[in-house]
Ligand binder design. Structure first.
Ligand code: AMP
Length: 372
């Protein structure tokens, strides 16, 4: 299977070639033709499956053939739960749309609203937004949805987890009825199906990554350790590898404490979590991507949607409260077909969480044999 058979225009195929992609991922192979046909799509796909290109490419093509956005208008609206994901989706639009004559913008909270007001007043073909900031901008009269053609909900499950349902419903009420709807979600729970039922019309359902097969590609191990000894054990694990590692903690405070402790042990680390400003988060992610630090310590919500390539190891310093988060966390390794490893540090207080995770992934996580 090549990109040529999916029905994409020459200019998009050129942008794909420039990105160095030769073969479409399974989600791309199925979503792109369906979206090009104008169908609604409901896809179960996690970050790392290539889902972003799977909707950005056909949207760029669908928009191209009609007219441009007039002042205040938006033609395709992509809603994401986090600022990081919004910024990444917009980067993809710039990359894949480099040969198209379409305008785009990204808006999220935590930064000055004035430049966003100015950009939206001019009108944009593609807008990536987090729900709260989009509503602010709408209330200030910067944007209208009269010309909206396409709606995307990216990481819909996380939007519900983060309590965005009311904002989403408010936004839905503002949109024209006649539109194309695309929904992406790592999991399809009852709530997500209900939401999809109220948004999508006869959607094409795509499920490329059933939960267990994703998890199967990752070597998962645990280390039994008492709570007070976790930090020293982590230092030992990190000192034994020169690779970059993503470490998860349950709390923001825990993430900060860990970064300090690692610095004391001469291990370079930086943290990314919800209490950090947008600039701080971008800087931390950038340092990690440019290999300036070995370790990125993240909380579950902050880590969602961040795009880090070729990560071989994820360490769970704490187990997550919600078992689904375990699957999201370890999904950050073994991307794009590469194999990965996930190690969880488990204290006796965390047995309940461990059992819930093992029940969810339908397998036992075996102990890791530590080198003497
Ligand atoms: P996503 O799931 O959209 O976050 O994409 C995961 C990563 O895969 C991103 O870094 C993309 O640049 C990359 N990617 C997307 N499509 C392809 C492809 N067809 N071949 C190789 N890499 C890809």
């Amino acid at each position: 299977m090549t990109f040529n058979s999916l029905g994409l225009s020459d200019s998009l195929l050129r942008a794909i070639a420039q990105s160095g992609y030769t073969v479409p991922t399974p989600i791309q192979a199925r979503a792109i033709p369906a979206i090009l046909e104008g169908r609604d799509v409901m896809a179960a796909a996690q970050t790392g499956t290539g889902k972003t290109a799977g909707f950005v490419l056909p949207i760029l093509q669908n928009l191209y053939i009609t007219s441009r956005a007039k002042p205040g208008q938006v033609r395709a609206l992509i809603l994401t739960p986090t600022r990081e994901l919004a910024a990444q989706v917009h980067d993809s639009i710039l990359t894949y749309g480099r040969n198209e004559q379409l305008s785009s913008a990204v808006v999220f909270g935590g930064v000055n609203i004035n430049p966003q007001l100015r950009i939206l007043r001019r009108g944009v073909d593609l807008l990536v937004a987090t729900p709260g900031r989009l509503l602010d901008l709408y209330q200030q009269g910067a944007v209208n949805f009269d010309a909206l053609e396409i709606l995307v909900l990216d990481e819909a499950d996380r939007m519900l987890d983060m309590g965005f349902i009311r904002d989403i419903r408010r936004i839905l009420n503002l949109l024209p009825n006649q539109r194309q709807n695309l929904m992406f979600s790592a999991t399809f729970s009852k709530e997500i199906r209900q939401l999809a039922g109220s948004i999508c019309r006869r959607p094409v359902e795509i499920d490329v990554a059933p939960r267990n097969s994703t998890v199967d590609a990752i070597a998962q191990k645990l280390l039994r350790v008492e709570k007070g000894e976790k930090a020293d054990l982590l230092t030992e694990l990190l000192a034994a590898t020169h690779e970059q590692v993503l470490v998860f903690t349950r709390t923001k405070h825990g993430a900060n404490k860990l970064v300090k402790k690692l610095a004391k042990d001469s291990i370079s680390a930086t943290a990314i979590h919800g209490n950090k400003s947008q600039a701080q988060r971008t800087r931390a992610l950038d340092e990690f991507k440019r290999n300036k630090v070995q370790v990125l310590v993240a909380t579950d919500i902050a880590a969602r949607g961040i795009d880090i390539e070729l990560l071989n190891l994820v360490i769970n310093f704490d187990l997550p409260q919600v078992p689904e988060d375990y699957v999201h966390r370890i999904g950050r390794t073994g991307r794009a077909g590469a194999s990965g490893q996930a190690i969880s540090l488990v204290s006796s207080e965390e047995n309940k969480q461990l059992r819930a995770i093992e029940a969810l992934i339908k397998r036992k996580i075996e102990p890791l044999a530590m080198p003497a």
